[in-house]
Design a protein around this ligand. Structure first.
Ligand code: NI
Ligand code: MN
Length: 233
């Protein structure tokens, strides 16, 4: 099996290559994403696209990426229903607490504390509740992608129940938790590594990986700080 590789496309958009060689795209936002490198704004090859919630900064390029790649889209029921109305057939809707097998991976949808609506044709469309994902990889390790969320107590339960090794957590503050709450989340989840996301895209997202590092590195948790376009293995 290969090593898990993680490429950050800026904001909350990530492309992962799993140990079994599957390509997972999270929260696709490319063309208007100020931190996505110019050379990476084209829809990437993907087997599965996971969408945490309906905000534009997490799915403005979802329809394009799903069409171009033919990937299976995994998201909340209401969001998948909207995609179906856009003509996308390859969707696997789910809801919180449920799991499903997609491309040889076990995907569990978790809670997230946030909101979820998409502006389409000048209207705010309800996209179901926001969510996070726990993914059990081919080597049986698990990762947790929190989506946009506040800190919440059930992160403790996610940690105890799924024992993720890596957490993808928002740290920008204002619209999600900031570094201090993300540090607390790392402890509740019991992760060894954390990938900070949803920071640096706009001036109002003030949280930085440096602040997170200062809080978690003394506790033996590694912060995987990526630059947009950069890949870590
Ligand atoms: Ni959001
Ligand atoms: Mn967001």
């Amino acid at each position: 099996m290969q090593k898990l590789s993680i490429t950050w496309l800026g904001h909350s958009t990530f492309l992962l290559r799993t140990p079994g060689g599957k390509r997972l795209l999270f929260d696709p936002w490319l063309r208007e994403n100020p931190s996505c490198p110019e050379a990476m704004k084209k829809p990437p090859r993907a087997d599965v696209i996971l969408v945490s919630h309906g905000h534009g900064d997490h799915m403005d390029d979802l329809v394009l990426c799903a069409r171009e790649s033919g990937a299976t889209v995994v998201a909340m029921y209401e969001l998948c229903d909207w995609l179906g109305r856009k003509g996308l057939q390859n969707v696997e809707p789910m809801n919180k607490g449920g799991s499903q097998q997609v491309a040889g991976l076990t995907i569990t949808m978790t809670d997230a504390r946030h909101s979820s609506g998409y502006i389409d044709g000048g209207q705010m469309i309800y996209m179901g509740e926001p969510a996070g994902f726990v993914i059990r990889l081919e080597d049986q390790r698990t990762i947790y992608f929190a989506g946009d969320t506040a800190l919440f107590g059930d992160m403790q339960l996610i940690g105890a129940h799924h024992t993720p090794e890596i957490a993808f957590l928002p740290i920008g503050d204002r619209y999600t938790m900031g570094p201090a709450d993300a540090a607390r989340a790392c402890q509740m989840l019991g992760v060894r590594q954390v990938v900070p996301m949803h920071w640096g895209t706009f001036p109002v997202l003030t949280g930085t990986p440096g602040e997170l590092k200062r809080l978690v590195e003394p506790k033996g948790i590694q912060v995987l700080e990526l630059k947009p376009g950069e890949t870590a293995e």
